[in-house]
Design a protein around this ligand. Structure first.
Ligand code: UDP
Length: 241
């Protein structure tokens, strides 16, 4: 890597649905979406390929609806549609900042977005477009965290940037336990054994098997995406050995 060059060529950014609304709220908060788009735009200027997997928890979570009696598959389908709403909101905000984007969905909605085709996603990235990947994996019983792991491997991303509201992985919930200790580095196996709340076990296992690192960082701090992309050591990195 030449001096001053970002350490990554291609990253997969996983953004939870919660980043699209105000803390504790639901739905879409346009200021939150603008913040997210600005962060991505600033990161893009560093010349890194960015694909974004969007969650949908701010609108609909299949597991919650299922716990209230809804058929699981139907509920998860609604959850996947929710990620597409977020994807469209993000696309609009990114385009408002002058970025070229493409949204690809795992469930075809051809009037609104392209269907997800791996080669197409890669081609868009090569052309410098921000690629928004919505609709999860297209299958019920999965999450957008697992989608992020799967897509990272498919498109050859070197790292998953897992954007959260806290500045890394802790041994207890830092919002509730004042003595909670932050890890700067962890192994996949420790995340699985410690049942640490990073991404679900399926997502972690996929990353472990295919050796794709995960950096957990705080998206609410302006400039953090650019910091991570510049190689600044913020948050927690999960990787092999
Ligand atoms: N979902 C799904 N299959 C997938 C990805 C997501 O069925 O491959 C559904 C699931 O119901 C989930 C919802 O979409 O609750 C929203 O995704 P997620 O909960 O991962 O969003 P986030 O927590 O990142 O906001």
């Amino acid at each position: 890597m030449a001096q001053g060059e970002p350490p990554f060529k291609r990253v997969l950014l996983k953004v939870t649905g919660e980043a699209f609304c105000r803390a504790g709220n639901q739905g879409i908060d346009f200021e939150a979406v603008k913040h997210l788009a600005q962060e991505i735009a600033d990161g893009k200027r560093l010349g890194v390929d960015i694909a974004v997997v969007v969650g949908g928890g701010n609108i609909f979570r299949g597991s919650v609806a299922h716990s209230k009696g809804m058929d699981r598959v139907q509920a998860d389908n609604m959850g996947m549609l929710a990620t597409m709403i977020n994807g469209l909101a993000l696309q609009s905000a990114l385009e408002g900042l002058g970025l070229e984007t493409r949204m690809l969905t795992a469930i075809a909605i051809p009037q609104l977005a392209e269907p997800y085709v791996r080669r197409r996603a890669v081609r868009h990235l090569e052309k410098g477009r921000v690629v928004i990947l919505a609709g999860g994996t297209g299958n019920p019983y999965f999450t957008t965290d697992t989608t992020a792991s799967l897509r990272a491997m498919e498109i050859g991303a070197e790292v998953i940037l897992k954007a959260t509201k806290v500045d890394g992985i802790y041994d207890a919930d830092p919002m509730k336990v004042s003595s909670a200790r932050k890890f700067t580095e962890l192994k996949f196996i420790d995340v699985l054994k410690g049942n640490l709340k990073v991404m679900d076990a399926a997502a972690i296992s996929l990353c472990m098997e295919n050796n794709v690192a995960i950096i957990v960082f705080n998206l609410t701090v302006p400039g953090n995406i650019s910091r991570v992309l510049s190689g600044e050591k913020i948050g927690t990195i999960v990787r092999e050995g």
